[in-house]
Ligand binder design. Structure first.
Ligand code: ADP
Length: 615
C-alpha cells in the first residue's frame, strides 16, 4: 500500500502540483505578456510607418531631381537657376524656397525677394550653404560619384536605390566629421520604460539614435549627386533637398521643404492605414516639439502626447520627428489581461480540483481493493478452519461409534446428535458460500410465492431449538396468531432466519438468551418485521453497516474465538433486498444486539396482531 501511495505521489501528484504551480506563476505575468505582444505588434506598425515616411521623402527627393532635369532640358542652367524659386513654386509644391549654389560656395539664387520665407531663408542658410560656417546637421546622401572620399565611405548597395547610405551616426563616424552626442528623445514610450528596470537603461533607451554632425555644406555633399539635409535654426526645423545635375556640375540645386505642405502629404499617408489598426490605436506623426503633425483618427486627443504606447524615430530626413502609437482605450489591455487571468485561473483551479477528486477516488478505490484482498485471504483461512472443525468432530465421533467403543446408549445418542449438528453447520456454511458465489455471478434464482413468514419462522426456530437448548440457550419466540403472508422464496427466507439465529448463538457470550419476534406494521406501507435479539457480545460501535459487507468480521477469530466466513449477513441482506426489504442492526437495551429483517407485504394483509409465546 505504502509503495503504491508513494508511486502515486511521485508519478501523479508531484508533477500535477508542479505544473499547477508553474501555471499559477505564469498567471501573474499575463498582463506583461499581453502588453509585450501588443507592443511588438504596434511597434511594427510604428516602424513600418517611419520607414514609409522616410521613403516618401526619398521619393520626393527623386522627383525633385527629375523636375530639375526637366527644366534643364529646356533652359540653360544659370538662366534657370536665377528664376528657380518662382519656377519650382508652381511646379513642385513641396518647395517653400528653392535655391542654387555654385560649387565654389556662392548662393546664386534666390536673389532679393519680398517674400518673408525667402528673406528668412537667405538670412539663416546663406552662410552655411556658402561654406562660410559649419552647422549642426542631420544628413543623408543619395547617388555617389566615384573617387570621392566621402562618397566611398557610404557607398550604397546597388540593388537598393532608395537606401541612402545608412544613418548619420554611421556616416559621420566613417567620414570623420565631428559628431554631437545624441540628444534625448522628445517622447518617452511607455513600453520602452516598462521593460527596463534600471534607470541607466531607461536613460539609454530614451536617447535619440541620430547624432548630428558639425560640418560645412560642401563637406557634407562631397561628390554625391543628391541628398537631404536637416538642421534646426532658432529651434525651427529646416529640411533641405539638394540635387546636382550632370548637365550643370558646377551648380547645386536645392529646395527647403514647406513643413505645412509636408504635414498635409503625410496625413494622406496616415489615412491609408488599415482600418483594423485604427479601431484600437491612434497613430500620430509627432513633430520635433512632440505635437501631432498628422493623426489617424484625426479627432484623437491625448493629455500627454509625450507618453505614447510605442514610438519610433523617423530618421535623418525629419530629425526628432516620431511615429507614435497611442492606445484608444488603455484599460482594455488590463481588462483583457484580467479576463485571461480569470479564465486561466478558473481552468487551473478546476484542473486541480479534478486532480484532487481523481486522486481521492483512486486512493479510496485502492484502499477498498486492498481491504477486499485482505478479507478474501482471511475468508479462505476462516472457511478452511470452519470446515476443518466440524469435520474433525464428525470424524472423531464417527470413529468412536464405528469401533463400538461407546457402549452407553445415551452417549451414543449424544454423539450422533453432535454429528448431525456439525453436519448441519457444514451444510449451512457450504450453502452460504455457494449462494454467495451464485449471487456474485448473478445466477441466484428466487421462487417467489405467497409465503407465511410466521410459519417459516416457527419451523426454523423449532428446527434449531433442540440444538440451542442443548447448548444452554433460552429461546423465546413471539408470533402473531394470524398468518403474515408476503411474496417470498421460502428457502431463501429460511436461510436468512437460520443465519441470524446462528449468529445469535455464535456471538452469545455468557448470557445465553435469544428472543425472536414477528410484528406487523401498516405505516407508511404494510410490512412485517422479524427481530432476532440476543444478550451477546454486541456489534462494536461504528460497525453496524460494515458487518453487512462481504468477508467483513467485526469479531475476528483470534480474539473472539468465534469462527466465521463473513458471508452470513451479506447473504441475508442481499436476499432481503431481493425481496424488496432490508436488514438492519441496532444495539439492544441492556446489552446484546437486535437484527431486524423487514419485508414488504404485497398480498392482502391479514388483520389482527395477537402474539403467541413459544418456547
Ligand atoms: P460470520 O461468519 O463472521 O458470522 P456474518 O456475515 O454472519 O459472518 O457476520 C459478520 C460479522 O457481524 C460477524 O463476524 C460479527 O462480528 C458480527 N455479528 C453478526 N451477528 C452478530 C451478533 N448477533 N452479535 C454480535 N456480532 C454479530
Amino acid at each position: 500500500m505504502k509503495r503504491v501511495a508513494l508511486l502515486f505521489v511521485i508519478a501523479v501528484l508531484v508533477p500535477s502540483l508542479g505544473l499547477a504551480w508553474l501555471a499559477v506563476r505564469s498567471l501573474r505575468d499575463q498582463q506583461f505578456v499581453l502588453e509585450r505582444q501588443q507592443s511588438l505588434l504596434y511597434q511594427s506598425v510604428a516602424d513600418g510607418l517611419a520607414r514609409e515616411t522616410q521613403e516618401f521623402l526619398n521619393e520626393h527627393l527623386r522627383s525633385f531631381g527629375l523636375e530639375i532635369e526637366r527644366w534643364l532640358l529646356r533652359r540653360e542652367p544659370f538662366d534657370f537657376a536665377r528664376t528657380l524659386d518662382q519656377d519650382l513654386a508652381t511646379n513642385w509644391p513641396l518647395a517653400e524656397v528653392s535655391f542654387a549654389v555654385t560649387t565654389d560656395g556662392q548662393l546664386y539664387s534666390p536673389g532679393f525677394s519680398t517674400r518673408p520665407e525667402v528673406r528668412n531663408f537667405v538670412a539663416t542658410q546663406s552662410r552655411f550653404l556658402g561654406n562660410q560656417e559649419a552647422a549642426e546637421v542631420y544628413w543623408n546622401v543619395g547617388k555617389q560619384t566615384l573617387n570621392a572620399p566621402v562618397a566611398q565611405a557610404f557607398q550604397q548597395p546597388a540593388d537598393d536605390p532608395l537606401n541612402y547610405g545608412g544613418n548619420t551616426r554611421q556616416m559621420a563616424t566613417q567620414s570623420g566629421f565631428p559628431t554631437k552626442t545624441p540628444s534625448v528623445r522628445n517622447v518617452l514610450p511607455q513600453q520602452s520604460l516598462d521593460f527596463k528596470d534600471t534607470s541607466w537603461a531607461q536613460a539609454a533607451d530614451n536617447r535619440s539614435r541620430l547624432n548630428p554632425s558639425e560640418a560645412e555644406f560642401r563637406q557634407l555633399i562631397g561628390d554625391a549627386t543628391e541628398g537631404t539635409l536637416a538642421r534646426f535654426v532658432d529651434n525651427r526645423l529646416a529640411v533641405l533637398f539638394w540635387y546636382r545635375s550632370p548637365r550643370a556640375t558646377n551648380l547645386i540645386f536645392g529646395a527647403q521643404l514647406s513643413l505645412p505642405r509636408l504635414r498635409e502629404a503625410l496625413q494622406e499617408l496616415l489615412d491609408e492605414l488599415k482600418p483594423g489598426i485604427r479601431d484600437d490605436v491612434c497613430v500620430a506623426l509627432l513633430d520635433d516639439t512632440a505635437k501631432p503633425a498628422a493623426l489617424s483618427p484625426a479627432d484623437f486627443q491625448s493629455s500627454n502626447w509625450k507618453r505614447p504606447f510605442v514610438a519610433t524615430e523617423i530618421g535623418e530626413g525629419l530629425p526628432h520627428w516620431e511615429v507614435a502609437v497611442y492606445l484608444l482605450d488603455p484599460d482594455k489591455l488590463s481588462q483583457a489581461a484580467q479576463t485571461l487571468k480569470l479564465t486561466l485561473g478558473l481552468l487551473i483551479s478546476s484542473l486541480l480540483v479534478a486532480i484532487g477528486v481523481g486522486s481521492w477516488l483512486i486512493v479510496r478505490d485502492l484502499n477498498r481493493q486492498l481491504t477486499l484482498a485482505r478479507q478474501k485471504t482471511d475468508f479462505v483461512s476462516n472457511v478452511s478452519h470452519e470446515l476443518k472443525t466440524p469435520l474433525t468432530s464428525i470424524r472423531m465421533f464417527a470413529e468412536l461409534l464405528a469401533e463400538e467403543r461407546v457402549p452407553d446408549r445415551a452417549k451414543q445418542r449424544s454423539y450422533l446428535h453432535i454429528i448431525t449438528a456439525e453436519t448441519a453447520r457444514l451444510t449451512r456454511l457450504i450453502n452460504n458460500v455457494l449462494d454467495f458465489a451464485r449471487l456474485e455471478r448473478g445466477e441466484k434464482k428466487y421462487n417467489f410465492q405467497d409465503c407465511d413468514v410466521a410459519e417459516v419462522l416457527r419451523e426454523t426456530v423449532e428446527t434449531l431449538r433442540p440444538h440451542l437448548e442443548q447448548n444452554g440457550f433460552a429461546l423465546e419466540c413471539a408470533l402473531p396468531g394470524e398468518p403474515c403472508v408476503v411474496q417470498a422464496d421460502r428457502d431463501a427466507l429460511a436461510q436468512v432466519l437460520v443465519n441470524l439465529l446462528s449468529n445469535a448463538e455464535k456471538y452469545s457470550g455468557e448470557q445465553k438468551e435469544i428472543h425472536v419476534e414477528l410484528r406487523r406494521h401498516s405505516s407508511p406501507l404494510p410490512f412485517v418485521e422479524v427481530n432476532v435479539q440476543d444478550r451477546g457480545l454486541g456489534v462494536p460501535r461504528g460497525c453496524e453497516e460494515k458487518i453487512f459487507e462481504q468477508f467483513y468480521r467485526a469479531h475476528d477469530s483470534l480474539s473472539s474465538g468465534v469462527q466465521g466466513s463473513g458471508l452470513g449477513l451479506t447473504l441475508a441482506r442481499q436476499i432481503a433486498q431481493a425481496h424488496g426489504g432490508d436488514i438492519a442492526c441496532q444495539p439492544r437495551d441492556g446489552g446484546g444486539s437486535c437484527f431486524s429483517l423487514r419485508l414488504p407485504v404485497r398480498s392482502t394483509p391479514a388483520t389482527g396482531g395477537g402474539r403467541t409465546g413459544m418456547g
